[in-house]
Design a protein around this ligand. Structure first.
Ligand SMILES: [Zn+2]
Ligand SMILES: [Zn+2]
Length: 282
């Protein structure tokens, strides 16, 4: 089957360095900038239409634009920018990009207040167990940004602008209006931080990008019950390819086995034993 042979290709990859990109399918390009992934949807080629999903860490606008020029030609902005959610590591390049690209930004209605300056995310939980990244997370900005009239709510019918085969799925828990994107034709999924393939709370695993399917990054996840339900929803869709917000893209039987394990043992594998967003009864 052509699909499996083309997707098996990237399964054995064990490391990816900052600024590297990976063509996951002919129309899905995953660009890793520092510790976070952004996704280009569209076939490579001068002047081709394309969509950007998420906007990386602060100061990553140049890297995103350079990679976009390589893939889609100069002066060819995306048709739209779709946000899985509004955390600082997914919107960092956005303000700079919008200065050059006059394009609409779409997010879930519940995420819009964080993108229009009306709501701030809770402060990250530095008390959560799990190593250096959690301990350093107090430095992460948690204030919402104000994109003004550039940001629009995704439509209730789950269609994704300029991505006709795709549906958005509400996957809250990590943030209120978190979404993932799914294409039924090849079971490709753009997951955001609903689950990731690297343990964000273990610094050494972030640096080495050691691959494991893991729950959403702990220090910013505020609702573990909803996070668990979201993982169940995504697992039930049986993704064959998953591009997560952090860590390497995953596919095939490795993805199926590890995502099933995460969904089955979510409490044990993903939910911290203690922390300010954890209920006493969990
Ligand atoms: Zn996040
Ligand atoms: Zn993230």
């Amino acid at each position: 089957m052509e699909r499996s042979s083309s997707t098996e290709r990237f399964q054995p990859l064990t490391s990816i360095s900052s600024g590297d990109g990976l063509e996951v399918t002919p129309d899905l390009y995953c660009l890793t900038i520092q510790i976070v992934n952004v996704v280009f949807y569209g076939h490579a080629g001068e002047g081709n239409d394309w969509v950007l999903i998420d906007a990386g860490m602060p100061k990553s606008a140049d890297a995103i634009r350079e990679a976009a020029e390589d893939r889609f030609g100069e002066n060819n902005p995306p048709k739209a920018i779709i946000l899985t959610h509004g955390h600082f590591d997914h919107i960092g390049g956005l303000i700079d990009l919008l200065e050059v690209w006059n394009v609409p930004v779409y997010a879930h209605p519940l995420e819009i207040p964080y993108l229009t300056g009306r709501k701030d995310y809770p402060k990250p939980d530095v008390s959560v167990e799990g190593g250096m990244v959690a301990k350093l997370s107090f430095m992460f900005p948690h204030e919402g940004i104000d994109l003004g009239p550039s940001v629009h709510p995704l439509a209730n019918d789950h269609t994704v602008p300029f991505m006709p085969e795709w549906k958005w799925i509400h996957t809250p828990g990590h943030s209120e209006g978190h979404i993932s994107l799914f294409r039924a034709a090849d079971h490709a999924m753009i997951v955001g931080d609903a689950f990731v393939t690297v343990r964000q709370d273990a610094l050494y695993k972030v640096i080495t990008q050691e691959k494991e399917v893991s729950g959403p990054p702990r220090y910013l996840t505020t609702d573990w019950e909803k996070s668990e339900q979201s993982v169940d929803i995504l697992q039930a869709l049986d993704p064959h390819i998953a591009i997560t917000g952090h860590g390497l893209p995953a596919n095939g039987s490795w993805l199926r086995e590890n995502l099933t394990k995460l969904a089955t043992d979510f409490r044990q594998l993903a939910v911290p034993d203690h922390g300010k967003f954890v209920e006493d009864d969990q």
